[in-house]
Write a protein that binds this ligand. Structure first.
Ligand SMILES: [Zn+2]
Ligand SMILES: [Zn+2]
Length: 182
């Protein structure tokens, strides 16, 4: 994708409250450096936007890398790829960003638009994100704890009881942590 063209997440044909930014000034740095940790989403909304752009650009590795680490092995990459490829994306609208709920969670309500033979369709979702400490593989994390936002995927089969330690690794019981939002 040409970095000077508008970022997929700021195509605002159907939205009233976003600014158009180029891909280079928006999601590209996040897509390029998520693994190295040089730059990463500082808010759940930014992560949500960059995930939408990754769907548009069929960057499945980014979709996987920004999902909760314990859920990553359970994702069906080829199914995600097929879905991203077949979808005719038409824009993103952030309806509401709740940057902090509880100790480490945030929620983003959004509408992702796409077109089918029947016309414009909308996928309306309330997504949950959790901020967790990461260590390995991040240069920036050397010597200090780094916190990153991750998407908590409610569709991944979570064979976990409410009293078990949470899937995000916070050390709290599932029902008192991510479980409350799924
Ligand atoms: Zn963007
Ligand atoms: Zn949790």
């Amino acid at each position: 994708m040409n970095p000077n063209t508008p970022c997929p997440c700021s195509q605002h044909t159907y939205s009233i409250n976003t600014l158009t930014r180029s891909y280079a000034d928006c999601c590209q740095p996040l897509h390029q450096s998520f693994q190295t940790g040089q730059q990463f989403a500082t808010t759940a909304e930014q992560l949500m936007r960059s995930r939408y752009s990754a769907f548009v650009l069929q960057n499945i590795d980014y979709i996987v890398a920004t999902t909760l680490p314990s859920q990553q092995p359970l994702l069906d990459k080829s199914a995600i790829k097929t879905w991203a490829k077949q979808t005719d994306w038409a824009g993103l609208e952030i309806v509401h960003h709740n940057p902090k709920i509880g100790k480490r969670h945030a929620q983003v309500e959004f509408k992702a638009y796409f077109t089918t033979a029947e016309g414009l369709q909308c996928h309306h979702e309330l997504s949950t994100f959790v901020k967790i400490k990461v260590k390995s593989g991040d240069k920036i994390a050397e010597g200090k704890a780094l916190e990153k936002w991750f998407f908590v995927d409610p569709t991944v089969n979570l064979s976990i009881s409410q009293k078990q330690p949470c899937i995000c690794g916070s050390g709290e019981k599932f029902k008192r942590c991510c479980g409350q939002f799924l």
